[in-house]
Design a protein around this ligand. Sequence first.
Ligand code: NI
Length: 190
Amino acid sequence: MILPIVAYGDPVLRKMCEEIAPSYLNLQELIDNMYETMNGANGVGLAAPQVGQSLRLFIVDASPLAEEEDDPSLVDFKKVFINPEMLSEEGEPWDFNEGCLSIPEVREDVRRKPYIQIRYFDREFNQHVERFSDLPARIIQHEYDHIEGVLFIDHLSPLKKRLLKRKLTDISKGKIEVGYKMKFPLIKTR
Ligand code: NI
C-alpha cells in the first residue's frame, strides 16, 4: 500500500525516533509499504518518520541512480536499516546535490564525509556492522539524519536557508505540484 509522504513542516520530521523492538507488530508490512511508497515516488531512500512513524527505521534502493551516475554497483544497494547506530564518519568532505521526498523541488549541494561505519539490524533482526563509501554512504547519512530529526537543508548556510524560506512555507501549505501522494501539515482537514 502506498502511504502519504509527510511534507516539510510536520513535527514528526523533527523528532528523535524511537528504537523498534523485535516484537513490533506489523513491521514487515510497514517495510513493504515503505518500499512501495519510495518506488512509487522514484526515491532512493525513505525513513519511517516520512510516513508518519517516529521509528528508527529507513530503507534504501539506489538502483534508480545506477544509470544516472554510471555506477552499476548501485543496482545492488537495496537494504533495510533497523535501529541503526552510526559508528564513524571519516574522510575529506565532498559535495553532492541532495533532494528529499518530504521537500519536493528543492535540491542543494550538501557536504558530507565519504566513509562511514554503521551498525544496524536487517528486517529479520540480524545484526550487521558494515562500512560504506561514496553514494551508498551519502544515502545512508541522509536517511540516518531523518531518524535523528535532521533534514538535509539543516546542513546549508544561513544565507541559503533564508533564500529557501518562502519555498519551504509553500511546501508545508501544499502549494506545490508533486507527482506522489503527500500529507501537508498546514492544510487544515475537516
Ligand atoms: Ni529525505
